[in-house]
Design a protein around this ligand. Structure first.
Ligand code: CTP
Length: 448
């Protein structure tokens, strides 16, 4: 019996896949199809596969061409599989020509002509091309967002509404529409990415939702808790997605770390301590600069608050906000520390643009602790440590595009399925704006 094996993602199974499977089957008597697991796809850069592993397996099964289906989970697995299943022929499409020649040592390698004119990527792009408009002034954030969109199928940056044309020339040259009028941008797009100054978020998000556009808003969504609630209610009424942009929330390492902590790996969680700082000078005599600059709590607070609220919830008993305020009129804090008291735990965040510290995250538990080294908010690695250093467990997960890429993928998927993205719950979003509100309203704030 001649045994043949082939591998693929088989997302949105198409004619090209079926032709390949038919020819692979014809090469022998028994065909094994390896379907790639989501994590493995992510690792090799395929980030916006639309269907789940089970859906893709089911589609391959329904073709009736596979005698056996297996899951491909790790690099190097092909050699293991060939040995394990006693494979005679390994085959894939001609887009891989040469890439698997190293398998000749174990079996015969055959590259089959790829069917022209069809691919999962094309189908994904055509199915849901989302035209997104940008709102804001930040050169760094907008440039990154535009370049990360290029890695995601099904999204196209259609224009920008900005007051910062001069400094954004690099980003703008690639965009079909550049305007200072939000209404005209909204008429050209299906969704917007809001990264204007936080004090403008409420107006911008509201206008976009009222026009029936989906919104990805860089956190904090508002500086006022009631307004935040109002916007989420409006999104629901308009059947639009309103999503909070905190890139860390979309990174695999961060998510796995949260799951492990919640799963009891370090026992009961007793303390969460997160620090985020980036030292930036500010000229307090420059009014224009002050108007546009995000203060420390807006810039870093949402990220630092994320693990606190995701691990301990939002029902804390007490909190204290301590800030070093550099400019009172604009509520520009150079440094802020917020401490929380929960019934059985404590937490603290330290954020600063005028103070420097070690940007680490430590989650302390009754059995051990999780340590995420600086800069923890864009990490691909963390450790779970115990009393005995020999018991330390190390975890590594690929991170591309600092999480922004995954944030865009999640947003596109959320819009397609018309549902809020589960990475950040409504409770967490509302609590983040509540902290902003308390600081800006000077409630429970101690100045140092
Ligand atoms: N394949 C093919 N002809 C096509 C598309 C895919 O023969 N038009 C083959 C690939 O060469 C591979 C298998 O089908 O052997 C599974 O490919 P997969 O990567 O899942 O499909 P693509 O459509 O190429 O997916 P993507 O666009 O995401 O790369």
């Amino acid at each position: 019996m001649v045994k043949v094996i082939t591998y693929g993602t088989f997302d949105l199974l198409h004619y090209g896949h079926i032709k390949l499977l038919e020819r692979a089957k014809a090469l022998g008597d028994h065909l094994i199809v390896g379907v790639t697991a989501d994590d493995f796809d992510k690792k090799r850069g395929k980030i916006n596969v639309q269907q789940t592993l089970m859906e893709r397996i089911e589609a391959v099964r329904k073709t009736g061409l596979a005698d056996e289906i297996i899951v491909e989970e790790y690099e190097g697995q092909k050699i293991d599989d060939i040995k394990h299943y006693g494979i005679d022929i390994f085959t894939v499409g001609s887009d891989w020509t040469g890439k698997f020649d190293y398998l000749n040592e174990y079996c015969k390698v055959i590259y089959l002509e790829r069917t022209k004119g069809v691919s999962s990527s094309d189908i994904r792009t055509v199915r849901n091309e989302l035209k997104i408009g940008l709102i804001g002034e930040s050169v760094v954030v907008l440039s990154k967002f535009v370049s990360e969109c290029a890695f995601v199928n099904g999204i196209k940056v259609a224009g920008i509404c900005t007051r910062n044309k001069e400094n954004l020339s690099g980003v703008l040259s690639a965009l079909p529409l550049v305007t200072t009028d939000l209404t005209s941008l909204l008429s050209q797009v299906d969704a917007v990415y809001v990264v204007s100054h936080p004090s403008m978020h409420y107006e911008h998000v509201k206008q976009a939702l009222e026009a029936g556009k989906h919104v990805l808003c860089e956190s904090p969504i508002t500086l006022n808790a009631a307004q935040c609630e109002e916007l989420f209610a409006l999104a629901q009424e308009k059947d639009c997605v309103l999503s909070e942009g905190i890139k860390t929330a979309y990174s695999t390492a961060y998510n796995r770390m949260i799951l492990l902590a919640k799963g009891g790996k370090i026992g009961d969680i007793v303390s969460v301590d997160a620090t985020c700082t980036s030292l930036r000078g500010i000229d307090y005599s420059d009014q224009a600069q002050l108007e546009q600059t995000w203060n420390s709590l807006s810039a870093w607070g949402p990220t630092a608050l994320l693990p606190v609220f995701q691990l301990l919830g939002t029902d804390y008993k007490e909190k204290q906000i301590v800030s070093r305020v550099g400019n009172e009129q604009y509520r520009y804090d150079e440094f802020t520390k917020v401490t929380f008291l929960y019934p059985h735990a404590v937490a603290s965040i330290k954020v600063g643009k005028g103070v420097k510290s070690e940007g680490e995250l430590i989650i302390s538990g009754t059995k051990g602790y999780i340590y995420v080294q600086a800069p923890w908010w864009k990490t691909d690695y963390f450790e779970i440590r115990f009393e005995n250093p020999e018991d330390t467990k190390r975890y590594f997960y690929q991170l591309d595009g600092e999480g922004i890429r995954y944030e865009i993928v999640a947003f596109v998927k959320g819009v397609e399925q018309k549902r809020t993205i589960p990475s950040i719950s409504l409770k967490v979003s509302l609590e983040i704006s509540k902290i902003m509100d308390d600081y800006h309203g000077n409630k429970t704030v101690v100045n140092i």
